[in-house]
Design a protein around this ligand. Structure first.
Ligand code: AMP
Ligand code: ZN
Ligand code: FE
Ligand code: FE
Length: 275
């Protein structure tokens, strides 16, 4: 079984890499990608924890970009770490500035909260939501999103400008395979219209299998992969055990290991400069 989209405590997941590996082993996962938001910091711990088990770790990340002012996520698999580290520090610094801007807005609205920033960790809205709950301003994380942090709510701040095209180019420069994450969660345009532009920029795959996609959306994405010659990936976008509405379960999609080979082959081609 294969899981190609998971978060740890190095971004907005609630499990450490070690705990995520233990959960994956318990669920029968054979191959697990670590795809934290704008961070590669969880890889080493995951690889060390997976070593005694029959579990392969795929190094990855989920890059936050914007397309026409709307958030668009791009997964990158098998990047050359040394090349991506410096540009990612910029992205991480942008996330800190954005989180601070949201905290400033909340303070102005009368809901001050404190957030401790760990320099290794990519801060996101779920952390701020948790802080609002902890401070007693909201009963639940969902309430915090509904009142202040959702995309059209008063404390929301967009990511700093880093376009999807720039994101794809950065990943390609670092020999990572760029894959459009959960395309039908994108709110800035029709998938059919955006996809050719991302492909022209160097996109190599689509996350076809994601808990938010309906069966007909999956079929449509499979057809796009055929049409454009793209790799298909999938994962549960697991953020740890929780009771909220958006919760997904590790290995809930029961994906076949067969998805891995084309991804690995694409990464090899990038490394050897043949595409
Ligand atoms: P960020 O990358 O900081 O914009 O945070 C994105 C994360 O916030 C997503 O992965 C979701 O877990 C969560 N999120 C975004 N919008 C909502 C919403 N309206 N309700 C609940 N959670 C949300
Ligand atoms: Zn996340
Ligand atoms: Fe995402
Ligand atoms: Fe994700």
């Amino acid at each position: 079984m294969l899981e190609l989209h998971c978060h740890t405590t190095y971004s907005d997941g609630t499990l450490t890499p070690q705990a995520l590996v233990a959960a994956a082993v318990a669920q029968g996962v054979r191959c697990l990608a670590i795809t934290d938001h704008d961070s590669m910091a969880g890889w080493d711990e995951a690889i060390a924890a997976a070593e005694p088990h029959n579990l392969e770790i795929v190094p990855g990340l989920e890059l936050s970009t914007v397309w026409q002012d709307k958030s668009l996520h791009i997964l990158g698999f098998y990047p050359e770490r040394s090349q991506l580290e410096l540009p990612l520090q910029d992205r991480l610094a942008g996330r800190y500035r954005r989180a601070q801007a949201m905290l400033d807005k909340l303070r102005a609205l009368g809901y001050p909260v404190e957030l401790c920033f760990d320099p290794n960790m990519a801060p996101g809205r779920p952390h701020i939501a948790a802080a609002l709950v902890q401070a007693g301003h909201a009963q639940s994380s969902q309430e915090a999103f509904d009142r202040w942090l959702g995309d059209d709510r008063p404390a929301y701040v967009e990511y700093e400008k880093f376009s999807a095209v720039e994101g794809i180019q950065l990943l390609r420069q670092c020999h990572a395979v760029p894959v459009w994450a959960h395309p039908y969660l994108f709110r800035g345009g029709e998938v059919a219209a955006v996809l050719p532009e991302l492909v022209a920029a160097g996109l190599m795959g689509i996350e076809v299998y994601h808990p938010s996609h309906t069966a007909s959306q999956r079929r449509q994405l499979e057809a796009y992969c055929q049409q454009y010659g793209l790799i298909m990936t999938g994962g549960s976008d697991y953020h740890g055990p929780s009771k909220d509405d958006r919760h997904t379960d590790l290995n809930q999609l029961q994906l076949s290991d067969a998805l891995l080979l084309p991804l690995k082959q694409a990464a090899q081609r990038l490394r050897h400069g043949s595409c």
